[in-house]
Ligand binder design. Sequence first.
Ligand SMILES: [Zn+2]
Ligand SMILES: [Zn+2]
Length: 346
Amino acid sequence: MKAVVFEKFGETPTIQTVPDPEPALGGVVIKVEATGLCRSDWHGWMGHDDGIRLPHVPGHELAGVVVAAGSQVTRWKTGERVTVPFAVGCGRCFECSSGNHQVCEHQSQPGFTGWGSFAEYVAIDHADTNLVRLPDEMEFATAASLGCRFVTSFRAIVDQGRVTPGEWVAVHGCGGVGLSAIMIASAMGANVIAIDLTDEKLDFASKIGAVATINASKTPNVVKAVKQITNGGAHMSMDALGHPTTSFNSIANLRRRGRHVQVGLMLGDHARPQIPMDKVIAFELEIRGSHGMQAHRYQAMMEMIRTGKLKPELLVGKKISLDEAPAALMAMGGFEGIGIGVVTKF
Ligand SMILES: [Zn+2]
Ligand SMILES: [Zn+2]
């Protein structure tokens, strides 16, 4: 099969012909029809993820068709249209048994712990536990765009952030994660403030539901601005970018008993950021992480997409071919444009 391969961290990936994958006993092989481009792939390529063994094929936001299934797979057969969470649960550990496959103790991650979906085919383990059926009307590109940023935002806003109607929600950073969160929190009935450095992204944020925007490049004190708009602070706030400044602001702009959810990755030098712990104690603030979303929670999100309450297709950006993927991957270190780039030609 054709695949994007890198032999060394930080060196230009190339298109190579590599052996087709075989399904594990409980796994499947999926013919990739669409795969999203994500900053996490860039982190992996740069060597920020210690689970990656070289040579490596990146890609973890995928949708496609099952073309082979192992003998122990009971719920899936060839020809079915599917997607999969980026954290693939073992189905047997304590966390999986409690329904929290997104933090499985033995999780595999396509494109990180194994070869990913920047290829014609990808193997996925533990298929019965992790595959998600696509609604017939959903395009592969839309399904791939859910893969990591949209589902992570859904869990961050709905399950971890526990947003309720009428609450103020601040979203710091309007890349793929942030825009997804704005759409989802608005659909949940919250009043959303979008914060970013560019007016272009803030205008788009307004179109998909934000009721207020803050351009952080022109606002000397973002925390104060959020507190003013919300009359005392946000009930829930999210760092969708993953930077010490946005993470700090997202915690500091909360009202008493507010909830911060960290979704933007904090790696390398950013892994141990400052936290206003005095406020966390005095205001009884909550700080939570959010790590993807387990397959069995997709159904609620899929129903909101099917009924038009959520429109992830609006967040799909450029569609490119696999040949263009190496250049696009290397460019992900810069700030994202609007929309999630998706490989749709292999
Ligand atoms: Zn597990
Ligand atoms: Zn991703």
